[in-house]
Design a protein around this ligand. Structure first.
Ligand code: ADP
Ligand code: MG
Length: 697
């Protein structure tokens, strides 16, 4: 056991009561936990601002002022007792307030003495106001010069006297108690990347001597986190690749060739051809394919899936296509059967609403091999669905399915089928390294020719009349229109009300047109019926919530109005917008918002009007939203547990970490060299005690 594993209550200055609080509030249990509770930002206390200056600053961080108290007054009684003061530095005055320990503070401050005040000002009743600032005598403040960490704290901790200063002091106590912290990276990695030692980095992160030193410390600590994450993912992937045999599909035969030369409805784009080559090569190696196909909405992923399924057929295997919704599954079924029946391919659809008789036919045809391609929803992974020889599986719109479901498809055979997962949610490449770290990635980065990019417009409530006129013009030309309302799950009643009101307003405004209506809480049959009305052009307008987000293809729909667009995330807006612009006509996406929106929100929406590039949008979304819900999308199921690195903004370090991992595993795949012992040990410590590295036992 390392000294870092000692219970925090034994640290000088902590004790059982504070230990329990740290544990409850921040999950800090050991010396190590405390040492890895890093500042999230730093302030430079060598700089002193003037009050006149901060009045002209638009956003004020925590700053330092130098001056004296003009007045200091104890006010109120009991719980409402507070200490207020006016602090002046000759260029102006600010208000200062304390709500706790007011008596002691009042006794310790003197009017007229020069103090250094440190804190983050807020605007209250039009006046600059500091609540609970730190106050130091001028001489004592001399020791405060330089960079000071601001530690993340909870309100409860703050109310119990914890401050950034407390954490700084406690971290120093740990560093004093454990003077030489063991290195956790191997010497070759440290040398190759010119990294600071762990010991130096931990000292510097809590008490940086210069911005440059802080930078190097942060790099070292981020690198380490991302390195071990990549090592874990690559270890898992390499082991899976070497231990699972896959089918070998060497042939391109009758089905593929006939379809390609006689039935292809349009020439493939260069990108489609390239990814088909990649997939084909992958399926011929004898390893099981696990490939992610990323392609923006409308880039033609379905046709790629279809052609690859034909390769499986040519090699005497069956294929299965799984989609997240009944609507989408039905649409794929229509596409596949229309294109493939002429060349004698048997395609069938299996969903939750498939009737018993059809279900029985499907089951027996799957077993005797006469059913070539099965398309469906989750229903296809049920245990009673058995194939004669399933060789290729496509999972469409992967982000809707979990890891477990993917794995379930593998277990359908003794030899697992090749798996292609498709997604229209583009994520930056360095992020894909982690989220989809165990998959190979193919990208369709080209749209079919002749597409006109969707024109996106930002409009406000007071432009409503013009927007209605524009919709009317499209409808008169025989085009169809989507009108999308947001759905906020916290208040279903309110949502439904806004959707229903919207629906009525649309019916009133366009009395001569037929309006269909879908939302997520409808019964599937009702939803399908309404969608079908729109898809078959028996309805001109579809009023909907985001249920239409995924995959639906109605090329005659040229306009989408998104109500309360400010409530949607960028990636979601992009997905929605992908429903229009699917035909040859110019399409429009109108983002409606109320007039007053925050500057940040306006920036987000303006980005939507400026670009239709899914990757650019995904990158921006990630920067703005942060990687908050990335963990939920982690495909490998590995817990992230990052203290300092960010998948959103540390893409470059991820890349460097990955290169290091590849280099090490290429040269020492079993991590057998004595140098690399430390890596194995650290992996066990980080991920689980029973971590199994094949040759270590
Ligand atoms: P997504 O990648 O979003 O799933 P789809 O596969 O639904 O996109 O394709 C969108 C539309 O583009 C479909 O109507 C499809 O028929 C058409 N399409 C696909 N490939 C091509 C191509 N090479 N040339 C022209 N149109 C194409
Ligand atoms: Mg699709």
């Amino acid at each position: 056991m390392s000294r870092l594993d000692v219970d925090i209550k034994y640290l000088k200055g902590v004790g059982p009561k504070r230990a329990e609080m740290l544990n409850k509030q921040l999950g800090i249990r050991t010396f190590r936990d405390l040492l890895f509770h890093f500042p999230t930002r730093y302030v430079d206390r060598s700089v002193t601002h003037t009050i006149a200056e901060i009045r002209s600053m638009s956003e004020v961080p925590a700053i330092q002022l130098k001056g004296h108290f003009v007045t200091l007054n104890l006010q109120g009684e009991g719980a409402r007792r507070r200490l207020t003061g006016l602090f002046s530095d000759g260029t102006g005055t600010v208000e200062v307030v304390w709500f706790r320990r007011v008596k002691a503070l009042h006794d310790s401050f003197l009017t007229g003495t020069t103090y250094i005040l440190f804190g983050k000002p807020t605007l209250f009743n039009g006046r600059l106001n500091f609540v609970h600032p730190e106050i130091d005598k001028e001489q004592a403040a001399g020791a405060m010069k330089g960079l000071h960490g601001i530690y993340p704290l909870t309100e409860t901790l703050r109310n119990n006297g914890f401050s950034s200063k407390t954490f700084f002091t406690l971290a120093q106590a740990v560093l004093a108690a454990v003077p030489d912290i063991h290195e956790t990276l191997s010497p070759d990695i440290i040398a190759r990347n010119r990294l600071m030692s762990l010991n130096d980095a931990l000292n510097a992160i809590h008490n940086p001597q210069s911005p440059d030193q802080l930078q190097r410390a942060r790099f070292r600590l981020k690198f380490e986190e991302l390195f071990y994450l990549q090592l874990k993912i690559q270890h898992y992937t390499r082991r899976r690749n070497s231990s699972t045999k896959g089918f070998v599909f060497p042939r391109i035969g009758h089905y593929f060739n006939t379809f390609y030369s006689q039935c292809l409805p349009f020439p493939l784009t260069g990108a489609q051809k390239r990814v088909i080559r990649e997939i084909r090569a992958d399926m011929a190696t004898g390893r099981q394919m696990n490939r992610l196909l990323q392609g923006d909405v409308g880039s033609g992923k379905t046709l790629v899936a279809l052609l690859c399924a034909l390769i499986a057929l040519d090699n005497n295997h069956q294929a299965c296509i799984m989609a997240p919704t009944e609507i989408l599954a039905a649409q794929h079924f229509d596409t596949f059967s229309a294109m493939l029946s002429p060349i004698g391919v048997n395609v069938k659809l299996l969903t939750g609403s498939t009737r018993k008789k059809e279900r029985d036919t499907i089951h027996s045809q799957l077993l005797d091999g006469s059913l070539h391609i099965l398309i469906g929803t989750h229903a296809v992974i049920e245990d009673n669905v058995e194939f004669q020889n399933l060789g290729f599986v496509v999972i469409d719109e992967q982000h809707r399915f979990g890891v477990a479901q993917r794995a379930k498809m593998w277990r359908k055979n003794a030899t697992p089928p090749h798996v292609l997962v498709m997604t229209a949610t583009p994520i930056p490449r360095t992020l894909a390294m982690t989220v989809y770290g165990d998959l190979s990635v193919s990208v369709i980065d080209e749209l079919p020719p002749g597409r006109k990019p969707v024109q996106t417009l930002l409009r406000y409530e007071n432009n409503r009349y013009d927007v209605d006129c524009a919709i009317g013009r499209e409808l008169r030309q025989g085009r169809q229109v989507y009108i999308v309302f947001p759905l906020i799950t916290e208040n279903e009643k309110l949502d439904l009300k806004s959707l229903e009101e919207g629906y009525e307003r649309v019916c009133d405004t366009f009395p001569h047109y037929r309006v269909a209506y879908v939302h997520g809480r409808m019964k599937p049959a009702e939803k399908d019926y309404q969608m079908e009305l729109f898809a078959s052009h028996q309805a001109d307008i579809l009023v909907a919530t985001t249920v239409i987000e995924v995959g639906v293809n109605v090329p005659n729909a040229t306009t989408m109005v998104i109500e309360n667009a400010e409530r949607f995330g960028l990636s979601q807006l992009h997905q929605l917008r992908g429903r229009v612009g699917r035909g040859a006509d110019q399409s429009y996406c109108i983002l409606m918002t109320k007039h007053q929106i925050a500057r940040e929100t306006r920036r987000r929406l303006e980005l939507m009007t400026a670009t239709t590039d899914g990757f650019e949008i995904a990158e921006a979304d990630l920067q703005m939203r942060g990687p908050g819900d990335i963990e939920g999308t982690m495909q490998s199921g590995i817990a992230l547990n990052l203290h300092i690195a960010s998948l959103a903004s540390d893409g470059q370090i991820t890349q460097i970490a990955r290169e290091n991992v590849d280099f090490i595993l290429d040269n020492d795949p079993e991590l057998a060299s004595p140098d690399h012992r430390v890596l194995v040990k650290q992996m066990q410590q980080l991920f689980d005690q029973s971590f199994d590295w094949s040759n270590i036992s």
